[in-house]
Every structure is written in structure tokens, then in C-alpha cells.
Design a protein around this ligand. Structure first.
Ligand code: CTP
Ligand code: MG
Length: 179
């Protein structure tokens, strides 16, 4: 029961987990905010949010969902979730990027420089927005998939996975900070 819930939670969130990691690898080039600052003198988003990172991250997340759909027939006995509708594939992946972008907006407004930690927000921003967006664009699939147990598993597991993957990326020299 618990194992089944955890398996579903990780499976359905993979398209949302992948984008931020791919953005770290693929990021660079023109920042989304084009260098713009707001009235508070701080950047709108900052140099850490680029078009390239966002595009590659989103595409990678969608690709993961489509790949999982291909594997699904072989593991449907283990993974108690329906395949990703295309709308959910896109909303999970893009929502994750959007959540991270909104977090950067909040970081800048609260005076945090690029790369500064924002405990709590850093670990859950992308989950909240990808789930909210998916609930809107793939409502039927969302409520069938995200039972209360699965949601609890997602909110418990995500910070753990986030902290550990970022620590690994930092140790490998892929990321500038361990968060
Ligand atoms: N990245 C990107 N585009 C995104 C998200 C991330 O290009 N939409 C890349 C950037 O190179 C960024 C790196 O991934 O520096 C790490 O991402 P993140 O930790 O989210 O950004 P920070 O540089 O820490 O900036 P911020 O303080 O705004 O989060
Ligand atoms: Mg960061």
C-alpha cells in the first residue's frame, strides 16, 4: 500500500522533477527578463532564469512523460496510474519551470540575490505550480491520479529528493549552490 503510493507519486511527478535539473545543464544565454529591473532596483527574475533553460527543461519533462507512457503497458501492474494525457505531460513539465520562475520573482522582491536559498519555497515551488496547472488542464486525470495519499507522498518525498539531487549536482560541480 505505502510502496504502491510512493511508486505512483514518483512516477507521476517525474515529468515535473526532470525540468529543473535539465535547465541547470542546458541553461545560459538570454535571461527571460532581458536584464530588466523593477522599481525596487532588483531584477525582475535574474540571470538564473533563461529562455534556453526553460525551453530545454520543459521539452525534457514532456519527453519523460511520453517515454513513461511507452513503458506503462509493461509495468501497469506495479504503477497504479493511468498514462499521462498530453495536457498533463505539458502542464507537469512547464508548471515545474513556471513555479521555479515565480520563486525567483519572489526571491528578488524579498531582496535575495541570485542563488540565495529560500527554504521551503526552493523545495516545493515547482510542485505546487505543476500540480495546480495540471488540475486545471487535465482535471479528470489529475483527480483520478492524485488521491490524498499520493498527494501526501508527493509533498513528503519531493523535498527529500530535491535536497539530495541538488547536493549531488553540487558535488559533481554542475550547480553553484547545494540547494
Ligand atoms: N536555469 C535556467 N533557466 C531556468 C531555470 C534554471 O537557465 N528557467 C539554469 C540557470 O543557469 C541557473 C541554474 O539553472 O543558474 C540553476 O537554477 P536555479 O537554482 O533555479 O537558479 P539560480 O541561479 O539559483 O537563481 P535564482 O536565485 O533565481 O533561483
Ligand atoms: Mg538556485
Amino acid at each position: 500500500m505505502v510502496v504502491e503510493t510512493v511508486v505512483v507519486a514518483i512516477w507521476v511527478m517525474l515529468p515535473a522533477y526532470i525540468p529543473n535539473n535539465v535547465a541547470v545543464l542546458a541553461g545560459g544565454g538570454r535571461p527571460i527578463d532581458n536584464g530588466m529591473t523593477l522599481g525596487d532596483g532588483k531584477r525582475f527574475l535574474g540571470d538564473g532564469k533563461t529562455w534556453r533553460g526553460t525551453a530545454f527543461g520543459t521539452v525534457a519533462g514532456v519527453a519523460v512523460a511520453l517515454a513513461l507512457n511507452q513503458i506503462h503497458p509493461f509495468v501497469s501492474g506495479v504503477v497504479a496510474a493511468d498514462p499521462f494525457p498530453i495536457a498533463a505531460a505539458v502542464s507537469l513539465a512547464f508548471g515545474a519551470m513556471l513555479g521555479d520562475i515565480l520563486a525567483s520573482f519572489l526571491k528578488r522582491r524579498t531582496g535575495r540575490e541570485r542563488g540565495a536559498a529560500f527554504p521551503g519555497i526552493d523545495q516545493l515551488d515547482f510542485v505546487v505550480v505543476s500540480l495546480a496547472l495540471t488540475a486545471i488542464v487535465a482535471t479528470g486525470w489529475f483527480f483520478e491520479t492524485f488521491t490524498l495519499f499520493v498527494l501526501v507522498a508527493v509533498f513528503v518525498l519531493t523535498p527529500v529528493l530535491h535536497v539530495s539531487t541538488n547536493a549531488i549536482a553540487y558535488a559533481l560541480g554542475l550547480k553553484d549552490e547545494p540547494w
